[in-house]
Design a protein around this ligand. Structure first.
Ligand code: GAR
Length: 201
């Protein structure tokens, strides 16, 4: 399975995917391209070090979101892509992009959706006072952090957690969960019935 990865920043989820491919923990998955909307994103530096094809489509250089997303589509369509993987990509993909991308799109989010979609999910969880948060991998649809859920991992919230400590504990789980989900998709074990994801044993 060929994947294209979109990431906006640090890129630790992308790094975990690459390390798992290298170690053989994730099989039948190959990265065709890493794309970032931010020229300064660490994920681009890491991809360069690893010799993985990478490109920046700087959102700031486009007059409209439509123009920007047309440029994204051009980049995705230049390479083989069976799955688009959002790994800390901090923008919402529009309807034209989603209609024309030509493959499923998955995302990872640092909360147990449908709780706490959007930015600062970990701080939202702390402010609400939940005792358990976690992370979710889901298919992307046209609504923010809303599509069919593939898998989730719970993470307990401690009394003395702040945004950084909770984010760090959730991130450890994210790095494992994304690989588990990508392997299930690569192995063709994932199907969607209505909005429910079924996993073949
Ligand atoms: C991760 O925690 C990811 O779940 C989150 O951004 C972080 C990216 O970290 N994504 C979202 O909040 C998307 N709604 P990374 O760049 O180190 O992978």
């Amino acid at each position: 399975m060929k994947i294209v990865v979109f990431a906006s920043g640090r890129g630790s989820n992308f790094k975990a995917i690459v390390e798992n491919i290298e170690s053989g923990a994730l099989t039948n998955v190959e990265v065709s391209l890493v794309l970032s909307d931010k020229p300064e994103a660490n994920v681009l530096t890491y991809a360069a070090e690893k010799g993985i094809p990478h490109v920046c489509v700087d959102s700031k250089t486009f007059a409209t979101k439509d123009d920007y997303e047309k440029a994204l589509l051009e980049e995705v369509h230049k390479v083989p892509c069976n799955l688009l993987v959002l790994a800390g990509y901090m923008r919402i993909l529009g309807e034209d992009f989603m209609t024309n991308v030509g493959c499923p799109v998955v995302n990872i989010h640092p909360s147990l959706l449908p709780s706490f979609p959007g930015l600062h999910a970990q701080q939202q969880a702390l402010d609400y006072g939940v005792k358990v948060s976690g992370c979710t991998v889901h298919f992307v649809d046209l609504e923010l952090d809303h599509g069919p859920i593939i898998a989730q991992v719970p993470v307990p919230v401690m009394d003395d957690d702040d945004e950084d400590s909770l984010s760090a504990r959730i991130l450890v789980q994210e790095h494992q969960l994304y690989t588990v989900c990508l392997q299930l998709i690569a192995d063709k074990k994932v199907s969607i019935v209505d909005r429910c994801v079924k996993i073949k044993k």
